[in-house]
Write a protein that binds this ligand. Structure first.
Ligand code: ZN
Length: 326
């Protein structure tokens, strides 16, 4: 297969999977093709695998799998956060070994970039630590009354409810988070990347954390691109001339330059692809959360409103069918 076609298909496929996983459950997608692929990826495949494992290893495999799923997906654990830290350290390592020393040697890149790099990294680490260690807004017997006056039930998606675990009347917009085992005020979602729930007290840090990571990925894409661009432009590879089978000379093609970069600057090129893709995903996330802030909604409420809309829709359909019968 042609090299470019391969890259194109690969990036296209990856982008499609990321889109399906992120937005497959959204209101406009959940009943269509994207929703169908989402259910295959997140449910059908795993149900099929489980069935096969039970067939091979018997019923005990089922109990064992359930325990693993409950621990990995429904209980607080640090694995996703450690995965994030590992990616971050790996990225820093590649950047400091292969990109950092280049900056000072390239006359077209200002040494101010060393200051920017320091600020960008400090920003990511600070917002990460704030997300990990800030209390999301835990509701206890002592502070529940304050929350109840600020968040009375709306009787639409938040009805008066008693939390059996925390033994409190649950204020509107709050939710008992099973991961941290607390009721959290203005509950947004549980974030595995920082192993904490995002709520009233730390949601702003979460949005800053997303923005910090987006800036880091955008900056890294920019600076790595400039390093590669300068090095290629000043290498002798551009002087190469190719001859076709009739002996006609032609200058080096873009495809050859790209192959040269992949061979010569393997680590930096790999990092560039990674930060560029992650930058796009983060941009989508930042845009989504800025939209939530602008509409004063939480991630949790978006899903609740979507469910409510679907229920109303189903009710209207039912009413219409009843009226037709009459
Ligand atoms: Zn609770």
């Amino acid at each position: 297969m042609d090299f470019f076609l391969f890259i194109f298909v690969y990036v296209g496929f990856l982008s499609f999977i990321v889109y399906v996983l992120l937005f497959g459950q959204s209101e406009s997608n959940r009943n269509g093709f994207i929703g169908y692929v989402h259910s295959i990826l997140t449910y059908e495949i795993w149900a099929f695998l489980k069935k096969m494992l039970v067939k091979i290893f018997g019923k005990s495999a089922d109990t064992f799998l359930k325990k693993i799923v409950v621990y990995m997906c429904l209980t607080w654990n640090p694995f996703m956060m450690l995965f994030y830290v590992a990616i971050l350290i790996g990225g820093f390592f590649v950047f400091f070994v292969w990109a950092f020393p280049e900056i000072i040697q390239i006359p077209t890149i200002s040494s101010w970039n060393y200051v920017y790099i320091f600020l960008i990294i400090a920003n990511v680490i600070t917002t990460f630590l704030l997300c990990v260690f800030t209390d999301p807004g835990s509701i206890t017997k002592d502070n529940v009354d304050i929350y109840l006056t600020h968040f009375p039930p709306d009787n639409l998606i938040f009805f008066p409810k008693f939390c059996e675990t925390c033994k409190i009347q649950r204020p509107a917009r709050s939710k008992h988070c099973r991961f941290v085992n607390k009721c959290v005020a203005r509950y947004d979602h549980y974030c595995g990347w920082v192993a904490n729930t995002m709520g009233l007290n730390n949601y702003r840090y979460f949005v800053l954390f997303l923005i910090a990571n987006m800036i880091m990925c955008s900056y890294a894409s920019y600076i790595i691109f400039r390093i590669l661009y300068y090095n290629v432009k000043n290498s002798s590879i551009l002087d190469l001339v190719f001859f076709d089978k009739y002996g006609n000379p032609s200058p080096i093609s873009f495809s050859h330059i790209l192959r040269y970069i992949i061979v010569e600057y393997r680590a930096l090129f790999g990092l560039l692809i990674m930060v560029f893709m992650m930058g796009i995903v983060l941009f989508a996330f930042v845009a989504y959360h800025l939209y939530l802030i602008a509409t004063n909604t939480t991630t949790n409420e978006t899903f609740r409103y979507a469910d409510l809309k679907e229920e109303i829709h189903m009710f209207e359909n039912f009413k219409a069918s009843q009226e037709q019968k009459d």
